[in-house]
Design a binder for this molecule. Sequence first.
Ligand SMILES: Nc1ncnc2c1ncn2[C@@H]1O[C@H](COP(=O)(O)OP(=O)(O)O)[C@@H](O)[C@H]1O
Ligand SMILES: [Mg+2]
Length: 235
Amino acid sequence: MIKKIVVINSKGGCGKTTLSTNLASYYAAHGYPTALFDYDPQDSSTRWLEQRPGHLPGVYGIAAAHQPEGNVTRSFQLRVPPGTQRLILDTPASLKRMELIEILRDAWAIIVPILPSTIDSCVTSDFLQDLGKEVHLHAPEASIAIVANRVRRNTRAFQTLMKFLADKDMSPVACLRDSQNYVQAAAEGMGIHDMKANITRVDREHWKSLIDWLETESLSSDADSLASEQHLSIA
Ligand SMILES: Nc1ncnc2c1ncn2[C@@H]1O[C@H](COP(=O)(O)OP(=O)(O)O)[C@@H](O)[C@H]1O
Ligand SMILES: [Mg+2]
């Protein structure tokens, strides 16, 4: 089954590219033929892919932020190799509505990374409201999950984020710690799952709950039952 996973938030720097590249490399490492769509004109995911060492499992990249040239149609540009099972979409902070609709169409899951900061919470709150409406219209089967990123557990910022989410009846499906492992992996075209297991053991634990959520067969039906609310899947 093909699963289209969209990573999105209008807040810059919250971890969209980090989540997208780590998801792509996770799936590739676990034997899923994977495509990574870079909808950001800044090309961060595309550059990550260019850095990716040849001995690691390959990820098929599409620079979707750039319209095709010559006689190439958009749908031809966006095609993936036969047998591709996971489509990961990295998105920019700002999107035109038509782009958003293209991105959301047939989505299986929508992941919204959020940083533990008051500004990020407020911006994401507004964004989630708008996103919920578009998802309802254009990807009614999709589930939405929050991922808290760059978490430092014993900080007031993290507690504030958790309270902010709890007030909205939400909780993150995963909390990823703030770690240089992500910075190092990004620079080398890798994900944390490509790095030595003893260095990334804690991060792999954090990822497990996100992967479990993504690979749960009942994901869609969870969303259906929540659709009448805010269209958010709550772990
Ligand atoms: N969990 C993390 N720990 C440490 N650094 C991180 C983490 N997540 C993201 N970063 C760093 O934060 C910066 C912004 O992340 P990025 O994924 O590019 O955000 P976005 O794509 O939403 O703009 C990057 O330099 C990235 O390496
Ligand atoms: Mg990015």
